[in-house]
Design a protein around this ligand. Structure first.
Ligand SMILES: Nc1ncnc2c1ncn2[C@@H]1O[C@H](COP(=O)(O)OP(=O)(O)O)[C@@H](O)[C@H]1O
Ligand SMILES: [Mg+2]
Length: 250
């Protein structure tokens, strides 16, 4: 029961059903992919799992305990961390302060937060950038700052919302390697939302596919590759998905 789960989660926004009875489970050390066309409900599910959005129906369970009613910072303290689509760093602050502030927010002393921040920046591969202003970094480095910040306090689960958006193939491969280390070396369970279907198929143990707020398929990469339902969902959507990757690998 050491898992993070969404149990039949539904969310409605003024008549629009953004999520309908979604089940999803992440185990410690596992990398689960969450894919689906734009507007499928991926970010809404991350918001529900992290306390930024309450579910209209259903529940979020951490290690078997419901998290209902917890505020985002309480969910974070319980061990569920996230990054945001678009980063949301403190852009005017040095990189190290971005991590330190989170450590202090988690209850660490200032000295302990700085020590962990330094260690974490090295661990995610940007130690030399500690003193740089966060908002002036190239976005590939900004993403590492966001991930390092999310890893402060060693969360049990990490939810990444489109961390590879706009990256080259080389940059995405380096990010994949980092995500794998987070799962294997930290034992952190990872939920990866990503438009780059090739990256998800190559990295994840298990993949959940959302379309119009409902799970249309879930399983290991081979099952997702072979799924007609998944292909169909992507064919019907806007042309911003990585269908060529899907076709090459099918
Ligand atoms: N706060 C909100 N208020 C109203 N509608 C929203 C809100 N957040 C998301 N939606 C709608 O819910 C659906 C799912 O959005 P989202 O979870 O952002 O999808 P994805 O991340 O898969 O692109 C979309 O139709 C979106 O417009
Ligand atoms: Mg989104």
């Amino acid at each position: 029961m050491s898992h993070l789960s969404a149990d039949k989660v539904s969310v409605s926004f003024a008549g629009l059903k953004a999520l309908s009875g979604v089940d999803l489970t992440v185990a410690p050390g596992q990398i689960v992919g969450l894919i689906g066309p734009n507007g499928a409900g991926k970010t809404t599910l991350v918001n529900v799992l992290t306390g930024f959005q309450s579910a209209s129906e259903g529940a979020v369970l951490l290690e078997g305990q419901p998290l209902s009613g917890l505020k985002p910072h309480e969910v974070r303290r319980a061990g569920i961390a996230r990054t945001f689509q678009g980063g949301r760093l403190f852009r005017d602050l040095p990189v190290i302060d971005n991590l330190e502030v989170t450590g202090v927010g988690l209850g660490q002393s200032r000295a302990a937060a700085i020590a962990e921040a330094e260690e974490m920046l090295d661990w995610v591969g940007i130690g030399p950038l500690a003193g740089r202003i966060a908002g002036a970094l190239p976005y590939t480095d900004e993403r590492r700052v966001a991930i390092g910040r999310a890893l402060m306090g060693r969360p049990k689960f990490l939810l990444l919302d489109e961390p590879a958006a706009g990256m080259s193939a080389q940059e995405a491969a380096e990010l994949s390697a980092l995500i794998r280390r987070i799962a294997t070396e930290m034992g952190c369970g990872v939920l990866l939302i990503e438009h780059n279907v090739g990256l998800v198929l190559g990295l994840c143990d298990h993949i959940v596919v959302l379309d119009s707020g409902a799970v249309i398929e879930s399983g290991p990469p081979d099952a997702i590759r072979a799924s007609e339902k998944v292909r169909h969902a992507y064919m019907g959507s806007a042309a911003d998905i990585d269908l060529p990757v899907l076709e090459v690998e099918a």
